[in-house]
Design a protein around this ligand. Structure first.
Ligand SMILES: [Zn+2]
Length: 508
């Protein structure tokens, strides 16, 4: 069973991002332990960045820390407009307790001690912010560039005229010019953030009048960003435009009717709400610029470049036995907790993989919480993905047992999130192999929005071995023989996957 996660007010889930950036640095396959270090803040400074196309301003606050930390943020609108950034794992050190900021986007930041190893930044804002207007993340140290670990806070100053279309919220109705507007030109550019190295694709479509936009992302059949443009025909624009091929593949200009169109942007992987932004810009006669529709797409946490070779030898595989410690998972009719069957299967998989020459990391090796007892579900799950992300694993496989109110329901399923071309392939290889090994009903490989398969940078799958709520299957899950067979099925499925992936020719 999978706990459902809601990101309360967090524009970006941070522990993963931290791990993601770590991957882009030196090849570091060793695990880091944040708790063993005494980390402190050493310096804080800020700068204002201006977007050349939109005129948007962004305040970037950078706090240097002496080791890895976790950061998360919440808006506090109760008194003043405050953005509160919690920094887990660092004391204030010698950093100044107050820093004046630019005054227009934010007034000042105060550094508060929470306890010996936790701090918070309280940023007094000039205006209220929407969730999409700020972003908090961490960066690892970079020995080459002589840069320490950092906590970064970006605050965008929203354009007054901007629509909030990225979230699909309709703007108040506005008179659309009676003459028919049409699209006249489309172009795109890639922007690279100097500090983070992250890339953003900006697509700009010129229109001859005012339009309204809204956008949403669909995953099926393939990931696409759909941008509805109300009030403009596609005009003489060509049917489609090839984009960079990395952040987005192509955009098609689709006629809806005489006055409405849609941009269909094909993506290589799924996007989060915070990974794209759609807005309109008014015409600017001084700068000789027409009305525009602007689509910004951030490069999603890039799956590491994979170039798979056949075979298990030398592969780095992370196994995640579901639940553990204070979290029993689902509980069977005869009181078997899910955590007690996921671990022995994972340990058997580990033994088989190691025999085949693979390097195996476990998110837990015994009956315990991965993050710590009493952690939130997000902390617990992100601790699990962080293990995989920080060691550049080749695969991540999470092992669970399912449960349902109807005790006759049974069977095996494997779940994936379509974030790379390999995720479905992995799930299908595992599913056919574990169904053959376990002999239970084949419930298929299914796309799912589960945290651990979505937030891992490498191909990942989550296996629901059987239904612990079904007494027959509960008995099987407890049987060492079934566990061994099932473990063998997982290992064969991985072996098949590496073979198939290698035949596909490596790549991303
Ligand atoms: Zn579970």
């Amino acid at each position: 069973m999978i706990p459902q996660i809601v990101w309360a007010g967090l524009p970006t889930p941070l522990p993963d991002e931290q791990a993601a950036v770590q991957l882009s640095g030196q090849d570091n396959r060793s695990l880091q332990s944040a708790s063993a270090l005494e980390v402190e803040m050493t310096q804080a400074n800020f700068a204002i960045h201006k977007d050349a196309a939109t005129g948007n301003q962004k305040l970037r606050l950078v706090v240097d820390v002496t080791g890895p930390v976790q950061a998360s943020a919440v808006m506090n609108n109760a008194l003043d407009q405050q953005l509160v950034v919690q920094v887990k794992g660092a004391s204030l050190g010698k950093v100044e307790r107050t820093l004046d900021l630019d005054g227009r986007i934010a007034k000042e930041v105060n550094f508060d001690r929470i306890d010996d190893s936790n701090s918070q930044l309280v940023i007094l804002l000039a205006d209220k912010l929407a969730n999409l207007d700020y972003r908090v993340f961490t960066l690892p140290s970079d020995a080459d560039a002589k840069r320490p670990y950092r906590v970064v806070v970006d605050i965008n100053k929203p354009l007054v005229a901007e629509s909030t279309a990225a979230k699909g919220i309709a703007r108040p109705a506005q008179p659309v010019a009676s003459s028919k507007a049409e699209m006249t030109k489309a172009s795109f550019a890639i922007h690279t953030d100097a500090v983070t190295g992250e890339q953003k694709l900006r697509l700009v479509v010129d229109v001859t009048g005012q339009v309204q936009t809204s956008a949403n992302v669909v995953s099926s059949p393939d990931p696409q960003l759909l941008v509805n443009v109300k009030g403009a025909s596609v005009g003489r624009l060509k049917q489609s435009l090839a984009l960079d091929g990395n952040i987005a593949d192509t955009v098609k200009f689709l006629r809806i009717d005489d006055t409405n169109s849609q941009l269909v942007i094909n993506l290589p992987g799924m996007l989060e709400d915070g990974d794209y932004r759609v807005f309109t810009l008014p015409n600017d006669s001084k700068a000789n610029r027409p009305n525009r529709v602007v689509v910004d797409i951030n490069k999603p946490l890039a799956p590491v470049e994979f170039n798979y070779k056949p075979g298990l030898k030398g592969k780095v595989i992370v196994l995640d036995p579901g639940h553990g410690g204070s979290d029993p998972g689902a509980i069977g009719l005869n009181n078997t907790p899910e955590k007690a069957v996921t671990l022995p299967v994972a340990l058997k998989v580990k033994a088989l993989l190691e025999k085949a020459g693979a390097k195996v990391l476990m998110t837990r090796q015994d009956d315990r919480d991965v993050f710590g007892a009493g952690a939130s579900a997000v902390e617990e799950l992100s601790a699990r993905t962080k293990v995989a992300n920080s060691v550049k694993a080749d695969l991540f496989v999470s092992i669970h047992a399912n449960a349902f109110a109807n005790r006759t329901v049974g069977g095996t399923s494997t779940h994936y999130y379509l974030k790379s071309r390999y995720d479905r392939m992995l799930a299908e290889c595992l599913q056919s192999s574990v169904v053959a090994a376990g002999g239970l009903t084949d419930r298929g490989a299914q796309a799912a929005n589960f945290y651990v398969v979505k937030r891992t940078l490498m191909p990942a799958a989550l296996i629901e071995m059987a239904f612990i709520s079904n007494p027959d299957e509960e008995k099987l899950l407890n049987s060492p023989q079934f566990q061994q067979q099932f473990a063998q099925g997982i290992v064969s499925g991985m072996d098949n996957f590496f073979l198939q992936a290698a035949q596909k020719g490596g790549g991303k």
